[in-house]
Design a protein around this ligand. Structure first.
Ligand code: PSU
Ligand code: MN
Length: 306
């Protein structure tokens, strides 16, 4: 069977492909497991519009009705935002879900795989998975990191969340040869905050230089993705001390309740939201939108040199 038989592109994405327009991939776990309804669906739609407003075409990705969907309708976004039985789909889950006609919302890892299948080079999200705190015991390391080491898609995000062990996440990425580019920053952003105690590998000042770095990597046959770390806008950034306290509490509750495996990240995100009285959700929404602006511009520049 031809790989194309597994893919279903939306009309908008098909047209973009015919016209050679820049396309930006978007994940769907952030909709189904990362944010509550209805903010999740509203944000997903707004993010898509921001990408259009900056000259690119959005392609939100999910596994639906036995297909890899590249570009979702409004109804499909609404469904993913509301449904409570949609699987969180990472690399390991894709074949089973397709083969059994079950619906899955794609994580960063799975979205990268699907984007590459559809020949989309730039992907915008909020935060990537990483090495969890205590991973030396739990071995909880997100499949997102392995995917970044082998799949040729650049991921625009707001850095690594401090629910993770940021230092170990950076070490892992270094071992796997994944470049971490800061967009106009020397410090690795930590999702809710603009800075962290860690440095990015390189501070890249413009979208066109970012596009050139990506192009060069792949033309040299250096397979794998890149992390493009874009700090949260100043006005939405949260206090580092407060966030550290909140995250410690959330981690402690996860431990007490025995949360394991794929449930860890969604549990922590929901807990952090609860403990910040919803402020972390506002920050999350703002940073994804900000990433959409930068990602669309990088996709435009990338297409220009293609
Ligand atoms: N970080 C967020 N929001 C999210 C996720 C991460 O701020 O929604 C999701 C992404 O889909 C990411 C996944 O790929 O969680 C990582 O899950 P895990 O740690 O189980 O690999
Ligand atoms: Mn995990």
């Amino acid at each position: 069977m031809n790989i194309e038989n597994y893919l279903e592109l939306s009309k908008e994405v098909q047209q973009a492909k015919r016209d050679g327009l820049p396309i930006v991939a978007l994940e769907s776990t952030i909709i189904s497991h990362g944010m509550p309804y209805p903010q999740n669906v509203k944000t997903a739609r707004e993010v898509e519009q921001i990408i259009r407003d900056h000259g690119a075409v959005p392609a939100t990705i999910a596994i639906l009705n036995g297909k890899v969907k590249i570009g979702l309708s409004d109804e499909e976004l609404e469904y993913l935002g509301k449904a409570t039985d949609v699987y969180k789909a990472s690399r390991r889950d894709i074949p089973y879900l397709i083969a059994t006609n079950k619906d899955g919302a794609t994580t960063v890892a799975a979205t990268m795989i699907c984007a590459e299948l559809a020949d989309i080079a730039v992907f915008v999200t909020g935060g990537i998975g990483g090495v969890h705190r205590g991973a030396e015991q739990s071995m909880d390391i997100s499949a997102d990191l392995e995917e970044l080491s082998m799949t040729n898609v650049a991921v625009v995000c707001a850095g690594a969340k401090s629910i993770l062990d940021i230092q170990l996440t950076m070490e892992y990425l270094e071992t796997k040869g994944v470049p971490v580019y800061g967009f106009q920053t020397d410090s690795l952003p930590a999702f809710y905050t603009r800075t962290s105690p860690f440095s990015v590998n390189y501070n890249i000042q413009s979208e066109s230089d970012m596009a050139k770095a990506l192009k060069t990597k792949w033309e040299l046959g250096l397979n794998g993705g890149a992390v493009i770390a874009n700090p949260i806008p100043e006005e939405f950034a949260m206090n580092e001390g407060t966030m550290n306290d909140v995250i410690s509490k959330a981690l402690q509750e996860a431990e007490e309740q025995g949360i394991k495996g794929k449930d860890v990240t969604p549990f922590l995100l929901a807990k952090v939201k609860e403990l910040t009285g919803g402020k972390s959700l506002d920050a999350n929404i703002a940073l994804v939108k900000n990433n959409a602006v930068v990602g669309a511009k990088i996709a435009v520049e990338y297409t220009n040199i293609k």
